[in-house]
Ligand binder design. Structure first.
Ligand code: ATP
Ligand code: MG
Length: 449
């Protein structure tokens, strides 16, 4: 077997060899290469100590990425390549991070501290594949297996538990029995992890080809209680409604699998009905309803996303999609469609329609997309006409209103919104003189009131 590395790796290898150090490509890139996939990034490990790496690459741009942990980033041809000194991890604190690392000259020791056998692989052109833990065999048999004793390894760093599920979801691999058992047994340790670290791994699960598989695995291994416990309430929750042939959880899973690989869309699909169990009612005929579930789901979505410290832009977009996922109309006046576009925001419209289509696909057939197609086409038509749609598009602004004798404050916004209503109805009236006249009239009317 021969791995062909990119030019940049060649350059780094040459420099390290010139100074007498050993070096390998290691971890994910070797795994991906053996799987016939284009590696995402090429990590290099070496027996050179961090200061020695810096010395070897003194004529290059280097970044002391994780100096303490032995990682130096070298910039070659504008590409960042991480070089890490062979190391062993010592004394884990809170099942998270090693208190200190010890550098070693042994590639075996370095592979031993890695999480799974399929990641504990290294390669160079002299030694070929260095596979001390049968990683290649597990790759061929599609198995995720911890390196060494799984309980010990998960106790050192419990993120490995979710990483294992993530790799199994990304690669479609099974998890070896003892490794899986240890994941469940060590689940309490997930409480010690930072939400950000969990979030990044969970997102990778959410972005796989069939995210429901990864989610089901998290539930099966009893890990979901430590990630999104709200989702557990949905499992087996019967909807008792002819529109729904699945329980809430199964419906969510189908909607999720029917969405494109987009973070906002996938999160919205996962959370769009999460509040259903909390607003279930049954009418006299025995039919189930979930009045206002989009609102409760939006609240729960905000809680979850804030808990995981998502950025405000993502939180806002997901809340919007969840809140609007039930907005389906047979017919709307042009003015109302413009208001709808305003509320959703032009940039979110496409995602909303995609979510709605996935939602219908996850419900009882026959699947009727007519209302969504209608609204989508109307939105496209109206947007293309470029008629005024927001206060910003008005031929008048807050200062013009102030010039009519109003002091700064909420009333200015009220008047502008009043004028927008007029213009949404009749775009021809978007002309400064006319609008000032309308504003005057409105103000006089107010005075009389
Ligand atoms: P990806 O395709 O997501 O980049 P990867 O395997 O390269 O997958 P990274 O997080 O980039 O994953 O880590 C690189 C390598 O470092 C892994 O292949 C593994 O050998 C090791 N590693 C990463 N995180 C851990 C961890 N928490 N515990 C042990 N080893 C780890
Ligand atoms: Mg990687």
């Amino acid at each position: 077997m021969k791995i062909r590395y990119p030019k940049e790796v060649d350059i780094i290898f040459k420099e390290l060899s010139k100074s007498g150090y050993s070096r390998y490509v290691v971890g994910g890139c070797v795994r991906d290469f053996l799987l016939g996939k284009e590696p995402f990034d090429w990590d290099i490990c070496t027996d050179a100590k961090p200061e020695e790496i810096q010395r070897v690459f003194k004529d290059f741009n280097t970044i002391p990425t994780g100096l303490k942990h032995g990682t130096i980033t070298v910039v070659v041809n504008n590409k960042n390549i991480e070089i890490t000194t062979f190391r062993t991890d010592k004394d884990y604190v809170d099942n998270r991070r090693p208190r200190e690392v010890e550098f070693t000259s042994s590639i075996y020791e370095d592979l031993k501290r890695r999480d799974f056998t399929i990641n504990a692989l290294a390669y160079n052109e002299f030694d070929g594949l260095v596979d001390c833990f049968n990683g290649q065999k597990d790759l061929n048999q599609k198995i995720i297996r911890a390196v060494g004793n799984p309980i010990e390894r998960f106790s050192e760093d419990s993120l490995r538990i979710i990483r294992g599920v993530r790799f199994s979801a990304q690669l479609g691999f099974d998890i070896e029995e003892n490794t899986a058992l240890a994941m469940t047994n060590c689940r309490e340790l997930l409480n010690n992890l930072s939400k950000e670290r969990i979030r990044e791994e969970f997102l990778k699960i959410l972005m796989t080809d069939k995210p429901s598989d990864g989610i089901r695995r998290l539930i099966l291994l009893k890990l979901m209680d430590y990630i999104i416990p709200e989702l557990i309430e949905c499992i087996g929750f019967e909807q008792k409604n002819p529109n729904h042939n699945k329980d809430v959880f199964e419906h969510i899973m189908e909607v999720l699998d029917n969405t494109d690989k987009d973070i906002v869309l996938r999160l919205s699909a996962l959370l769009h009905d999460i509040g259903k169990p909390r607003c279930f009612t049954v009418d006299e005929s025995g039919k189930g309803h979930f009045y206002g579930h989009h609102k409760i789901s939006t609240e729960i979505a905000e809680e979850i996303l804030t808990r995981f410290k998502f950025d405000n832009k993502t939180i806002h977009a997901v809340k919007l999609l969840v809140n609007e996922h039930m907005s389906r109309y047979e017919h709307l006046r042009e003015k109302s469609i413009k208001k709808f576009i305003n509320k959703v925001g032009i940039n979110n419209l496409d995602k909303l329609f995609k979510l709605q289509i996935a939602d219908i696909k996850g419900s009882t057939p026959p699947h009727d997309f007519a209302n969504i197609e209608y609204l989508k086409n109307e939105c496209i038509r109206i947007i293309n006409e470029k008629e005024p749609m927001t206060v910003k598009d008005l031929d008048i602004n807050g200062y013009d209103i102030m010039n009519l004798g109003l002091a700064q404050g909420k009333e200015i916004g009220d008047i502008l919104n009043y004028l927008l209503e007029i213009v949404l109805e009749n775009p021809k009236l978007n002309e400064k003189g006319l609008l000032i006249g309308q504003a005057r009239q409105k103000l006089q009317q107010k005075d009389i009131e």
